[in-house]
Ligand binder design. Structure first.
Ligand code: PA5
Length: 449
């Protein structure tokens, strides 16, 4: 059993000859990736990460997670973008659906809250109330060490920690995941003696879930990070070695590019399990930041189904025909709930008696896939055998590898993100950051007019 890709339902939209014709391009893209000869080739550390990671640091991550589990009721994970979404995706996928609200007896590990991924005063102050007078620790994650959103949150919560424990004890409750040598956070960590973990130079934020960036929070949640790495290793083997016809990541990259060339410039990732919501968010960042550049790219969108069939479902079925859909299908639900017969069939549901809720969910999925196909939305399927660490590791690597190939087929550098700087420059200018004086004047004039 492993994560697989199936585009058989989209065959009405794609011909075998198109697949044949794109094969060479996909092979070329793969060679560029593996020979490190393509654009962004100094950010390919993620390719070998599942087999070639720092084992000593991995052990320290597990130790730190053990200490946090011992001495903290709450862990704050401060980070944004690639320094946030992977950990959240994994924890929401692997752990209890109501992780923070369920009793400690069931959860067994600290509550985990993510902050520094917005600039909302309300969010921050409500989180302070949630912590109350309970013991907490902080994992501050920033590769550059200078990103504004997490830096602001860190100032606030570091102060809280120092007020509660004093400077020396607070320093023992702060774990910094950042560059090995440079950046404000690295300097602070060295100065204050925080335990530090490294974001490797050659791994960009959105490809960093299998580094300490993702691994420390995931380990604190009680999930098995060794199994996560094993899953990534298993998928890496197939991505690197399988020929095109049986290389699922290459096929996914190829098929989505064929569809793009036919005007399908929106990809909607759909799930039928709420615990996949943040996997979709992680995927959106991976593909959005990697491919949306040089005025090109497929717009990555996501829906949670069947929930959004009652909102976005109308548009997908019947709106502008510019999209294709990729369903992440959890093949085996870990839980079975059977519908029971009622003596008086007032709600008219007795026809479902004896059927499992998951069977009903799968029937909704199968019916929806056919309906969307009939509505001219090509339907792709990524099958996820079970809800566990191993298959999540496979899924992460599958999407990462496919993204690298897909970006090269598209003709962009999938490993940079020049576009994210524009808003920062304007924000810094408006905030009066030294060095931005001229832009500030210009922007204020524009805002006043
Ligand atoms: O993928 C990326 O590179 C970005 O999303 C970054 O992860 C995000 O901007 C956070 O950056 P940093 O980790 O430097 O704070």
């Amino acid at each position: 059993k492993y994560v697989t890709f199936d585009y058989s339902a989209a065959k009405g939209f794609i011909t075998e000859s198109e697949i044949k014709m794109i094969e060479k391009i996909a092979e070329y893209a793969k060679a560029e990736l593996l020979n490190k000869t393509g654009a962004g080739n100094d950010f390919l550390g993620w390719i070998d990460l599942p087999v070639d990671y720092d084992k000593e640091e991995f052990r320290r991550i597990q130790e730190a997670a053990g200490k946090i589990k011992e001495d903290s009721e709450v862990l704050l994970v401060i980070g944004i973008g690639g320094s946030y979404l992977g950990a959240r995706a994994a924890i929401e996928f692997l752990r209890h659906s109501f992780y923070n609200s369920v009793s400690k007896e069931i959860r067994k590990t600290p509550e985990i809250y993510f902050v520094g991924n917005n600039i909302s005063s309300t969010y921050i102050s409500h989180l302070i109330e949630v912590i109350g007078d309970r013991d907490f620790s902080i994992n501050i994650i920033s590769k550059s060490g200078t990103t504004t959103e997490p830096a602001i949150a860190f100032r606030v919560f570091k102060k809280l920690l120092i007020e509660k424990y004093g400077k020396a004890e607070a320093a023992k409750r702060i774990y910094a995941t950042t560059d090995k040598a440079k950046g404000a956070l690295k300097n602070l960590a060295t100065e204050e003696g925080y335990e530090s973990f490294v974001v490797p130079d050659d791994v960009g934020g959105r490809y960093s879930v299998l580094t300490a960036v993702g691994l420390l929070p995931i380990a604190v949640s009680g999930a098995d990070i060794t199994k996560l790495m094993e899953g990534a290793q298993s998928m890496r083997e197939r991505c690197l070695n399988n020929p095109f016809a049986s290389n699922d990541a290459m096929l996914y990259a190829a098929v989505r590019n064929i569809l793009l060339r036919k005007g399908k410039n929106i990809e909607i990732v759909a799930n039928y399990e709420p615990f996949l919501h943040y996997v979709s968010e992680w995927w959106k960042q991976l593909y959005g930041e990697s491919e949306g550049k040089d005025q090109k790219g497929i717009f990555p969108a996501a829906v949670d189904l069947t929930t959004d069939l009652h909102s976005m479902g109308q548009f997908i079925q019947d709106g502008q025909r510019t999209m294709f859909e990729t369903v992440i299908n959890l093949e085996k639900s870990p839980v079975e709930i059977i519908m029971e017969e009622e003596e008086v069939d007032l709600d008219g549901l007795n026809y479902l008696a004896g059927k499992s809720v998951d069977f009903i969910n799968k029937s909704a999925m199968n019916g929806t896939r056919l309906a969307h196909t009939d509505g001219h939305v090509p339907n792709l399927l990524v099958n996820l055998p079970e809800q566990n660490e191993f298959f999540l590791g496979e899924l992460f690597y599958f999407f990462e590898f496919a993204c690298g190939i897909s970006g090269y087929i598209l003709g962009v550098n999938p490993f940079d993100q020049p576009g994210v700087e524009s808003y920062k420059k304007n924000m810094f200018a408006l905030l009066g950051k030294p060095g931005f004086e001229k832009q500030r004047e210009e922007l204020l004039k524009r805002l006043e007019s």
